[in-house]
Ligand binder design. Structure first.
Ligand code: PFF
Length: 469
């Protein structure tokens, strides 16, 4: 593709909102609270924060630098430096497809809950859990909501980087933040809220093992949209004048802030209403409406706002997932944006149909012992994102030239990046070793052995055969 004709973000704030829009998503509001709840609360939170600030932050800076330097998406960025590395980018595009194989399903649930909250369908606290199960297991309803959600995605991505993705981020992100603030404010002022705060911040180290650390690392990658070339892709649309490390820190802070805010919106209320924090993937969809239903009319408004916020967060993230695949098809296969969006979205719809049905009608159909929905989740969250991050760190530290990186991260000496040497040493030595150790220990502890072996096999096959992509 002609580099001059490449689209670019229209403004700094536009890029930040789009990148934060990608990072802040279901990972923060749906996933973070239940993974933290399942992994003991406070201890998980501390390990998560260490992963984010000391390990994954380096990857964020590296992805943006690699993307802007090459002005290409995930596959092209690696390939333009060394064909041998094409597989690392290809693995990212595959992860994009796999995450989009279940993400819009949950996005559809959020959309459905906006409607259900508003129309009073979630008014009876005793029925919410059972109704949620009936809803996600039914063959048609979730598919309709998922299709509507995917349509919104396609519409935004088809409009392009500046007109679609950036505009959506600029409008939707501040709205999301305000909605969450209102809900956290209400939750924190409930009597008995203190217990939830303690759960979230007071560590209990007895629960921690290799699996917990991998869960925190996987969550950090997922939440910050890293390890699959998403920030490479967004970086490739960045102007040469932008200060990359500063932008990376801003996105990181916003993402972490929203995860904590989501925790503060949910846990105090969970404890105040005597519920259990380890509710699994249904936590947000069952606990939150139950809490709201106890609040009468105010609850209807808060519930509508809350699921509106969740849907907005999901939308700006799935837009970025779709964009990773679309950019690949535009850059490497010379498709027009419209064709690329159409092709990618069609494959995603099919994957989503299977993963939605795997929770109900197709419950008995499993791949290596797990349903489609869990299959996509385990492959990406527990294996591909961490390995993708590991590969990126090795690529950046050991294949790219140090002076080129300095040049990219300081805009040719125009801006200062005082921590450049620290970042470089971390990325070259510390990050690969830490991710490598956590990934090995964590992957070995995955209970779904068949999926684990298949995941590693896919990486191996990609390493051998993806040079042509
Ligand atoms: N960061 C998004 C979330 O927290 O929901 C999910 C995601 C988006 C993961 C984009 C990976 C990605 F490339």
């Amino acid at each position: 593709m002609n580099q001059n004709s490449r689209e670019h973000w229209g403004s700094r704030i536009g890029f930040i909102m789009a990148a934060a829009g990608s990072a802040v998503g279901l990972g923060n509001i749906w996933r973070f609270p239940y993974v933290a709840g399942d992994n003991g609360g406070g201890a998980f939170m501390i390990i998560y924060l260490v992963c984010v600030f000391f390990i994954v932050s380096n990857i964020m800076v590296a992805e943006l630098a690699v993307g802007r330097r090459s002005q290409l998406g995930a596959v092209g960025a690696y390939k333009s430096i060394s064909k041998k590395w094409t597989f690392a980018g290809a693995l990212g595009v595959l992860s994009g497809f796999l995450i989009m194989g279940f993400y819009p399903v949950v996005g559809g649930w959020a959309l459905a809950h906006v409607f259900k909250s508003f129309t009073g369908l979630l008014n009876n606290p005793a029925m919410i859990g059972a109704n949620f199960d009936i809803f996600i297991e039914s063959p048609v309803q979730p598919l309709i909501w998922m299709t509507l959600f995917l349509f919104a995605n396609v519409w935004i991505v088809a409009k392009g980087v500046k007109g679609g993705i950036e505009t959506a981020g600029k409008f939707l992100m501040p709205l999301l933040f305000v909605l969450l603030l209102i809900i956290a404010g209400r939750s924190l002022t409930l009597s008995g809220a203190g217990e939830g705060i303690r759960f979230l911040f007071q560590p209990d180290w007895s629960e921690v093992n290799a699996g917990t650390v991998l869960a925190a690392l996987g969550q950090a990658f997922f939440s910050l949209s890293l390890g699959m070339g998403c920030m490479i892709t967004y970086g490739s649309y960045l102007d040469k004048k932008e200060n990359l490390p500063n932008n990376a820190i801003l996105v990181l802070l916003m993402d972490t802030g929203v995860a904590i805010l989501a925790g503060l919106a949910l846990f105090p209320a969970i404890f105040a209403f005597g519920m259990t924090p380890s509710g699994g993937p249904g936590l947000v969809f069952v606990v939150a409406p139950t809490i709201f239903a106890e609040m009468g009319f105010l609850g209807i408004i808060l519930s509508t706002l809350f699921f509106g916020a969740l849907m907005i967060a999901a939308l700006t993230s799935s837009v970025s997932l779709l964009e990773v695949v679309v950019t690949y098809l535009i850059d490497e296969k010379a498709l027009s944006r419209k064709k690329a969006v159409g092709l990618a979205a069609t494959v995603m719809v099919v994957l989503c149909i299977f993963s939605s049905l795997s929770l109900g009608m197709m419950q008995n159909f499993s791949i290596l012992g797990v349903g489609m929905f869990d299959f996509f989740d385990i492959l990406t969250d527990k294996i591909f994102l961490a390995i993708g991050g590991l590969l990126l760190a090795i690529f950046t530290g050991w294949t790219l030239k140090k002076e080129d990186l300095r040049d990219e991260l300081t805009n040719g000496g125009q801006v200062s990046f005082k921590l450049f040497d620290v970042w470089y040493l971390m990325t070259k030595f510390v990050v690969p070793v830490v991710i490598g150790l956590v990934a090995i220990a964590g992957i070995m502890s995955i209970e779904e052995t068949g999926v684990m072996i298949l995941g590693l096999l896919i990486i191996f096959v990609f390493a051998l055969f993806s040079k042509k992509l």
